[in-house]
Design a protein around this ligand. Structure first.
Ligand code: GNR
Ligand code: NI
Length: 177
């Protein structure tokens, strides 16, 4: 039988207080509500397109994120529930980041090159991943969202405000058509 495509959830654009809040831990009682949420998050992420999405970006204040570094034609979806960074490397790397909540805005962000992350999968089993490269940056970016932190919060106030003003202007122009 053919499955109906899930409608993408809409992504919240900065500035919005929901992006600045610390999300709460997912509990056992929440698990039944997760499958449709996760489907809607993947649909939004693939449609954008983006490589990761955290639940607060769709207005759900839970410690849950999805990642897929592959293009949509070769999906490699990852779902992380209650992720925790266990360790980070001393080595730092700088790469350009963007964010679906700050559309069209990019900046070089310096972060630990490698991270190990513990999380629960959808079945509730404990898992761990060690990541480097783009996956390491994406994991840190998404876990930041769960703590109310955006990539621009790693920049100087001057650069951060420049990006926020540019975003506001572009959003105004978009709304005006
Ligand atoms: O699509 C995204 N690309 C990206 C590039 C470099 C580092 C992090 C990211 S995550 C971002 C999607 C997003 O906003 N996730 O919260
Ligand atoms: Ni983001």
């Amino acid at each position: 039988m053919q499955r109906l495509a899930t409608a993408p959830l809409s992504i919240i654009i900065a500035p919005d207080p929901r992006l600045k809040a610390r999300a709460r831990v997912v509990r056992a009682e929440d698990r039944a509500t997760l499958p449709p949420l996760i489907e809607g998050m993947f649909a939004a992420m693939y449609a954008a397109p983006g490589i990761g999405l955290a639940a607060p970006q769709v207005g759900v204040s839970l410690r849950l994120l999805v990642i897929d570094l592959q293009p949509e034609d070769k999906p490699a979806p990852l779902v992380l529930i209650n992720p925790e960074i266990l360790a980070t490397s001393e080595e730092r790397v700088t790469r350009e980041e963007g964010c679906l909540s700050l559309p069209n805005q990019y900046a070089d962000i310096t972060r630990p090159a490698r991270v190990s992350v513990r999380y629960s999968d959808l079945a509730g089993a404990a898992r761990q991943i060690a990541a480097e490269g783009l996956l390491a940056a994406c994991l840190q970016h998404e876990i930041d969202h769960l703590n109310g932190i955006l990539f621009i919060d790693h920049l100087s106030p001057l650069k951060r405000n420049m990006i926020l003003r540019r975003l506001a202007k572009e959003q105004r122009q978009k709304a005006a058509g």
